[in-house]
Design a protein around this ligand. Structure first.
Ligand code: ZN
Length: 341
């Protein structure tokens, strides 16, 4: 990346990483056998929400290919906008891998018909993920019905959690048949009302253990061809987790819960940074190195647990990164991947 020390981003923050705590040199201290990301970006994946400012998915894919990026994780709305067939053709033409597919979930509903619609939609999401040969389908599980539209129709968080448990249980069979692992993404507690009533890695893993106690092996999914997970063979659990540093960095139990997850349940690793101050709880995520998350330390933990897949950059940023040209965003992602992840 250009030597822009001293320049400032549009959000008024330093355009260079906060030093030391997130540097690769420090990363080496946490574990000796972490993969070295400093020389290339083989294990960088771009969650296509990061380039929401760049237009349609075909344009985003072409930008990623221009920058030698090997993997993406697309969102369903972006796929639907250009069509599943066209997306599949693009992915194959460029030999891209999918570190995940975003997203399924949103299980809770006020009535049985609403819950059935959610299950139908999740089955479609699994089929789309299968067609794209994604490493997993990410689940943002949902919470109080109506809350995401700003009009919660219930205050019963326990009912929402029951819907989530039952919804995942009902979806799991289809996921197994499609050999598509489901990755529960625990979301930061600030989203407990509207986006996800699963808010810690521990809570997500409790669900995994309750619904998929066999955790992988021959009773998991057929993982052959799941190179995006960085592993050969079929030892992925049918149900696991997506660890997004933005959601879990604050958790005092994080290291222990990552170890508990183990390689079978660690299905995805999402990176960005927590800005101080954060101006918008949804759409002010920071570029790696611009905030306070010790990303390399967390990567050390998940790699010590056996994860060897992609580091997926997922940045929602209406005021800053979505305003910038896609080539600048990607060049910065690559530079920070090599120095701050
Ligand atoms: Zn994420």
């Amino acid at each position: 990346m250009a030597r822009d020390r001293g320049t400032w981003s549009k959000a008024g923050r330093p355009a260079v990483p906060i030093p030391c705590a997130t540097s690769n040199a420090c990363a080496q201290d946490h574990t000796t056998d972490m993969r070295d990301f400093s020389a290339d970006h083989r294990w960088l994946s771009i969650n296509t929400a990061t380039l929401r400012g760049a237009g349609t998915l075909d344009r985003i894919v072409e930008a990623c290919v221009r920058h030698g990026i090997c993997a993406i994780s697309p969102w369903r709305d972006q796929v639907h906008a250009i069509g599943l067939e066209r997306t599949t053709a693009l992915v194959r033409r460029y030999g891209l891998e999918l570190s995940g597919y975003c997203r399924g979930g949103m299980f809770p509903a006020l009535d049985a018909a609403g819950r059935r619609r959610a299950l139908d939609d999740n089955r479609r999401a699994i089929d789309e993920a299968r067609a794209l040969d994604a490493a997993c389908l990410v689940l943002v599980v949902g919470s109080l019905p109506g809350a995401i539209e700003g009009k919660p129709q219930s205050k019963d968080l326990f009912a929402a959690r029951n819907d989530v448990r039952d919804g995942i249980a009902a979806t799991l069979e289809h996921a197994r048949a499609a050999a598509m692992p489901l990755a529960i993404e625990p979301l930061h507690p600030m989203y407990a009302a509207d986006r996800a009533c699963v808010n810690t890695l521990e809570q997500a893993l409790d669900l995994c253990d309750a619904l998929d106690p066999a955790r992988g092996g021959r009773r998991g999914v057929d993982g052959s061809g799941r190179a995006a997970l960085g592993v050969e063979g079929s030892d992925r659990a049918a149900l696991g987790v997506a660890v997004d540093v933005y959601h879990v960095w604050w958790d005092p139990k994080l290291e222990a819960q990552i170890a508990r997850a183990g390689r079978e349940r660690l299905l995805a690793f999402h990176v960005c940074d927590w800005l101080v101050p954060t101006k918008d709880l949804l759409n002010d995520r920071g570029m790696m190195g611009d905030g306070v998350i010790e990303i390399a330390k967390i990567r050390g933990w998940i790699e010590a647990a056996g994860f060897a897949g992609y580091s997926e950059v997922e940045i929602f940023s209406t005021e800053d990164w979505w305003q910038r040209p896609e080539d600048e965003v990607l060049a910065t992602c690559i530079a920070r991947h090599r120095t701050c992840v």
